[in-house]
Design a protein around this ligand. Structure first.
Ligand code: PEP
Ligand code: MG
Length: 760
């Protein structure tokens, strides 16, 4: 790089295991003895600035900059100009690449791009090397490092005092998995219509014309955004903008605006009052899904007001890795934000089923929703950690917590990257037992993740997500197209399509049953489908028609008795007859299976197995119903134990029933991606695990480390266990004995999980 950029120095600084410090690791041009001895914190010097700001630092006269720091070991005073760029890996700055010159010069954008490209290429290599060397470092070497750090005058770990840090932990709803660490970016909410000052035209006709021009401009902008979103993320995303266009074109909306602007002579007033009417109407709706659609109206209204007032709708400038805090995750934000700079999204309001929440999941952006008070508590620019799997947000965490999360995040990211490279290798235990690993998805846009992480098909396609992403559930022919797309792209791999599973915590407006005292025990899922035979048959026809394009299985959710299975199968046969009658085609042998997620189904599994083609065990609901613990209720979350021996006994019973009837048995609850559960599930005889796509490579690697015979012994022990804790210990012991804690990719990530389980 020094040669290429005509510079006198090129140096590489790396972070090692502590992401807060940078060490000079290699140099051409600086004093070679300084290598390994120059160590600085990220908040020190210009090199630190590049890492801290996660952005290039380009200076013609470096010494004039207030952050310039002199390191005598390097002989640095001879150098005048500097260009430093961070080595970015999965949103983290893991080092800095810098060039310097003796004679002052200007580095132009082309130079910056060249250095950035190089940094981008070497970042993963450096990270891997760091992890490997940290894993192989002896205690003595670590002590030597700390001593040299102490010599350099940098505190080894400066723990902030309580006055420096607020260390605030906020809880919300876990909406999209993943961890992010970065500065808070408070995104202003929709413009507050009540606070805007506005002077209308004296001429009423002109005022009306201005309002209609604003509507027209908003419409044009929406069209552009829709096109961009479709190009970037696919049609699922674009459909929301179609909804917004529909609102703008809605005759009722437009004529109400026209009447009001004529009455008041004030366009802003007209918008305010019409939006207020809509808002009030939506707020009265008891169904949460429909109620949440008020945000679509707000989004559209804000856009029109911005056009009316000439407020430019600019892309929000956020620092790389930002934790964006919003009032509600509106779909519009996904167009306004530079998504590659968004580390996570946190919202004050809104639940896990809003459009925005679904976008976040599909884009793999960690998200926590419903964090009450976050907009008040968080300060612009303050550091925060978001754990989207836990639903936690830490404001101003101390350095220890940041370092802990950073290390975990980096190890996990590196592990997944390595393991993805072996995506085509099947999952097999050391003694040759083959386990199928498939993925849980719900939107066509997630298909790329199935490929990326090497799943062998789709073990659970949750069709209700289509209803959340679209406005209501798609019509039969639209469903057919969607299923066909999924089936074709997976062929010849199997796609298990689950019929609509709504109700309970998954409410879909126009399809729900209205208010129920106890919706988790109410008319949900298959019960609802059997009550609405017309729509159920339409869905079955759509799935059946798609089956000619590949390998499809139909999965019935929440079956609790034999009658439900029998009635559903009759309707499948009806659907086939209807297709035949119209000359359509389908795969006549499409297997029909059911989910074991209600204890009654597990208890009569032998009977059910005789009349269905496969079982898929849904441990999320099975845990909820076995332990009488609402899976969405924070107050009883500590009692929600998928590894409870009672849940395992029901899984065991179902697997054995499946074996006796010679039908395949898979498991698709979150439990499939719990490392402590994997040996036990293998031991119980599960043949297929279906999980979030990114968990697939990790499960695969754990399976590679196990002997099926050992796992079977563990499963026998589990049958006599009394508590979830005991079961976790059995799982932990197996992972340790299998040597997985020394695994080059997974070891560092698994160790704390195993140690925690062993403690109990
Ligand atoms: C389950 O209950 O385990 C399951 C996979 O279904 P869902 O999480 O969609 O209810
Ligand atoms: Mg379920």
């Amino acid at each position: 790089m020094a040669k290429r950029l005509d510079a006198d120095v090129c140096s590489l600084y790396t972070c090692g295991s502590d992401l807060n410090r940078l060490r000079l690791s290699a140099t051409v041009g600086l004093n070679k003895d300084a290598v390994g001895r120059v160590i600085l914190r990220k908040d020190e010097g210009l090199i630190g600035l590049a890492a801290e700001g996660k952005a290039p630092v380009v200076l013609d006269h470096a010494q004039q900059h207030p952050r310039y720091k002199y390191f005598p070991e390097t002989g640095e005073e001879r150098f005048e100009s500097l260009m430093a760029v961070p080595l970015m890996f999965r949103g983290m700055a893991t080092g800095v690449l810098a060039v310097q010159t003796v004679v002052a010069r200007h580095f132009d954008q082309g130079d910056v791009d060249t250095l950035l490209t190089c940094a981008q290429l070497i970042a993963p290599v450096v990270v891997n090397a760091q992890l490997l060397s940290a894993a192989g470092q002896t205690d003595e070497e670590r002590a030597r490092d700390d001593a040299s750090l102490a010599r350099s005058g940098v505190p080894i770990a400066s723990v902030p005092t309580d006055s420096e840090t607020r260390k605030l932990r906020c809880k919300g709803i876990a909406t999209a998995r993943g961890v992010a660490i970065g500065p808070i970016h408070l995104l202003s909410g929709p413009v507050d219509l009540d606070k805007l000052s506005y002077t209308p035209n004296a001429d009423a006709e002109q005022e009306e014309a201005d309002l209609f021009k604003a509507l027209h401009d908003a419409r044009r902008e929406l069209d552009d955004t829709r096109g961009d979103m479709e190009e970037q993320f696919g049609p699922d995303f674009a459909s929301v903008y179609q909804t917004h266009v529909q609102i703008l074109e809605d005759k009722g909306f437009v004529s109400k605006l026209q009447t009001t602007v004529r009455e008041t002579g004030n366009a802003l007033e007209a918008l305010r009052s019409v939006l207020a009417v809509y808002r009030a109407t939506f707020e009265r709706i008891s169904d949460p899904y429909f109620r949440e659609r008020v945000w679509d109206i707000e989004d559209v209204g804000r856009r029109v007001v911005e056009k009316l007032l000439g407020i430019r709708h600019e892309t929000a400038q956020v620092a790389p890795g930002s934790i964006v805090v919003v009032d509600t995750i509106l779909p519009g934000y996904f167009a306004r934000l530079e998504l590659d700079k968004v580390g996570a999204i946190v919202s004050e309001h809104g639940g896990a089923t809003s459009h925005g929440a679904i976008f976040a999941r599909a884009l793999e952006i960690p998200a926590v929703t419903g964090v009450v008070g976050i907009r008040e508590a968080a300060r612009q620019g303050e550091m925060a950690i978001v754990d989207g799997s836990e639903g936690s947000v830490f404001l101003s965490p101390d350095e220890h917590l940041v370092a802990e999360y950073e290390r975990a995040q980096m190890r996990y990211a590196v592990a997944i990257q390595h393991l993805d490279a072996m995506r085509d290798r099947p999952a097999e235990t050391r003694d040759g037992r083959r386990i199928r690993l498939t993925a849980n998805v719900g939107l066509p846009s997630e298909l790329r993740l199935v490929e990326q992480h090497g799943a062998e098909g789709i073990g659970l396609f949750r069709t209700e997500l289509l209803a959340f992403a679209h406005r209501g559930f798609p019509e039969e022919n639209e469903q057919e197209q969607l299923y066909e797309r999924v089936v074709r792209s997976m062929a010849p791999r199997t796609v298990t399509i689950r019929t609509l599973d709504i109700g309970g915590d998954k409410d879909v407006a126009d399809m729900g049953v209205g208010h129920e005292e106890n919706p988790q025990l109410g008319c949900r899922s298959i019960r609802l489908s059997l009550e609405r035979e017309g729509s159920f048959r339409a869905q079955l026809r759509a799935i059946l028609r798609a089956s000619v394009h590949g390998s499809v299985r139909i999965l019935l959710p929440m079956v609790s008795c034999l009658d439900e299975l029998r009635r559903a199968r009759e309707l499948v046969e009806d659907a086939k007859r209807e297709i035949r009658a119209t000359g359509g085609s389908f795969d006549p042998d499409v297997p029909v299976g059911l989910m074991i997620e209600v204890p009654s189904a597990a208890l009569i599994a032998d009977v059910l197995a005789r009349e269905c083609d496969f079982f898929s065990i849904g441990t999320n609901d099975l845990t909820q119903y076995t332990l009488a613990v609402d899976r969405t209720n924070e107050h009883v979350a500590h009692l929600y134990e998928p590894l409870h021996p009672a849940v395992l006994a029901l899984i065991d019973r179902s697997v054995r029933a499946g074996l006796r009837a010679q039908i395949p048995v898979s498991l698709c609850g979150e439990m499939a991606s719990n490392p402590l559960a994997v040996p036990i599930l293998v031991g119980l005889g599960i043949e297929e695990l279906s999980a979030t796509p990114s968990a697939v490579p990790v499960i695969k690697e754990i399976i590679h480390g196990l002997y099926a015979s050992d796992a079977a012994a563990d499963a026998r022990e589990v049958r006599t266990a009394g508590t979830a804790r005991e079961v976790q210990r059995i799982g932990a012991r197996r992972l340790r004995k299998a040597g997985l804690l020394e695994h080059v990719d997974l070891g560092a990530w698994l160790t704390p999980i195993v140690e925690e389980a062993e403690k109990g």
